[in-house]
Design a protein. Structure first.
Lengths: 200, 200, 200, 200
DNA sequence: CATGAATGAGTGTTCATTCAT
DNA sequence: GATGAATGAACACTCATTCAT
């Protein structure tokens, strides 16, 4: 009597594990977090873990893909007619809001340098490329609309926006830096970046 | 009749190990880099490694302290009479020059989130605090000289300078970002940060 | 639907490891016996070892506690009405019977001096104290019954009984000393201890 | 200009190392004591250690041989005419006096079970055999003189004397057992052993 | 589907020993 | 003779992963 697999419950389990992993990775880094700890946080047995993710690497890949998907969704959800520059600054605000979860900041800084592990590196690159392409497109649009400086190519500005966000995340992960309080300065800095130095 | 120990050779060995560690850490992260690999890169036996550093942790701490010391030296070496703002931008240039070694960039990003390992966390904090204090002091001086905006406290500006440098380092560690080519834009962005948005 | 864990099998594995450890410790001493050898004797992988005992120390502690428990059981099992002196000599016989396993003798002599390793030292002390208290009590009872000399305090006699048993165990561990053949002489010597020198 | 080796200084160095080793062995056991610690206690470099003893094993063997030699000397130094029984009890007193050094007791208990290490096992056996033969001879003499029971062979009595001394040493190594205070009881026990149970 | 006992390659670290100075 | 830097085999222990139940 093969009970039909319940995809809802399955997804719930996966999210439960992903959530535990976020905590563990943020605390000890990817290599430092053990599957045993993730299982303990998630309240499951190790067997269950490997039922849902064939390897530890695949778990991290899944988390990264989840993030990539969210990025895609954000830009896809753009209200038609919204000015491009506003979309850019909106994304910055969106990213900062994610960093309200202190684990997110830790996760980003900790996962950045995983160039070994080919699967993970690929997922990181995909995440990066997705955001970079989306930003590049909307920056180019803003340039055409005259909302953004044109002395730098759109791609380079996109990368520098990401640079600012990543730097901000890194500070958030440490102590003594209130993401909420500093967010306006981030928006200001991105604005200054998009405007460039005053002509004077 | 004890042979007089040769401190020069001892220091050379330490530097040899530190150099190998920089490579390994940048490649695989702290936890991912094995002492065995560091030894292989350095061309020494494992016993020699632990003869010079009692633990893997202590090696990282030594590297960090080396960096802290270099920061201190940089600010101590300031020519009397140099304008404060020029010192700040000079430091930015100095930091970027270090990132010409691609391992340095990888190292910085990879080592950021090591909050477990109390000794390492302490050394990271010390490194951070040293730079932050030095920048704060010179930023405050620049404010008094009217070279820098005064609507933000010196400490906050110091942190944001570090944010920009760290974000820059993170990009350098990845591909598709030429540190040398992007350096002027970093100086420009720091300048924008120090000036603030145009009064207009 | 967690399979109900089988405590029987778990206990069996533990005993299997303990048995292998007894052999290895008796052969090479505590420090000299490697976990690898214990695993080989027990026919298990190293992972399994540490699945059941978190450290090598904890294994020895478990063995010692097993012994302490057995001592407690022996004295608790005393038939009501048995004369105290008979209980004492019964215990001596019981101890000698254990020494029929040549590994037991080796184990005792080898484990005696482990004053480093705080956990082990504590377990040794607990084992010692349990036996000493049990013997002291029954010796005191025998003194009240007039079966044992009263010129020495019960505690001191208890210690000397243990001294004789330990000395006997030490001889058993070496060669040229048949525990079974020498047992009557041990009982005689304990008798002499309990009686003291003839009044004459 | 090969300076003639100074055998006095050489012997002093050896004794200095042996003394340090006694301390270290008593504290941590043979396997637990490192050559590095012995060197530290002795205040010498590791190179010097291996100048005087080619291996750690050879050091222990040397200590054991020192002890064997002392045993031999004790029995050789017997004043002509001394009654055999008095020699036996004199030896017991001599052994107890050695145990006044708390390291001696620890050393004896800790070194007992080293059946691996063929050289050490051989030295232990030699030490044992030397004492046993000496005791056997003097016990036999006492038996002929009618000072000692004759229902047991001299060799067996010799072994039991050693059993009592070793048991005593084991207690001394632990706490709560004052060698000096308990010595008379040891002499009494040996006396009772040599007399056997009263005919009554 | 869920479990946790079992695995063994791999990890950081130790230590007796060697040897150039 | 004396030193301590260098060595690498061996050690206790970890951990991602497998699989019988």
């Amino acid at each position: 009597m093969p009970r039909p697999i319940d995809p809802v419950r399955r997804r719930a389990r996966r999210l439960q594990i992903i959530d535990a992993a976020l905590t563990a990775f943020a605390l000890h880094g990817y290599a430092g977090a053990t599957t045993a700890e993730i299982c303990r946080i998630a309240g499951i047995g190790s067997g269950t873990f490997f039922h849902h993710f064939p390897t530890k690497d695949s778990l991290l890949v899944a988390i990264l893909e989840e993030g990539t998907e969210e990025t895609r969704r954000f830009f896809a959800a753009r209200e038609p007619g919204t000015p491009a520059r506003q979309v850019i600054l909106g994304y910055v605000g969106h990213a900062v809001a994610d960093l309200a979860d202190p684990r997110a900041a830790g996760f980003i800084t900790v996962v950045g340098g995983l160039t070994s592990h080919p699967d993970i590196a690929a997922a990181l690159r995909a995440d990066e490329d997705t955001l970079r392409a989306a930003l590049r497109e909307v920056v180019a649009e803003a340039q055409h609309a005259g909302e953004v400086r044109t002395d730098l190519p759109a791609d380079r500005l996109a990368v520098w926006i990401m640079l600012l966000i990543d730097g901000f995340a890194g500070r958030t992960a440490g102590g003594g830096f209130e993401a909420a309080a500093e967010a306006p300065l981030l928006v200001e800095q991105v604005g200054l970046l998009l405007d460039g130095p005053p002509a004077d």
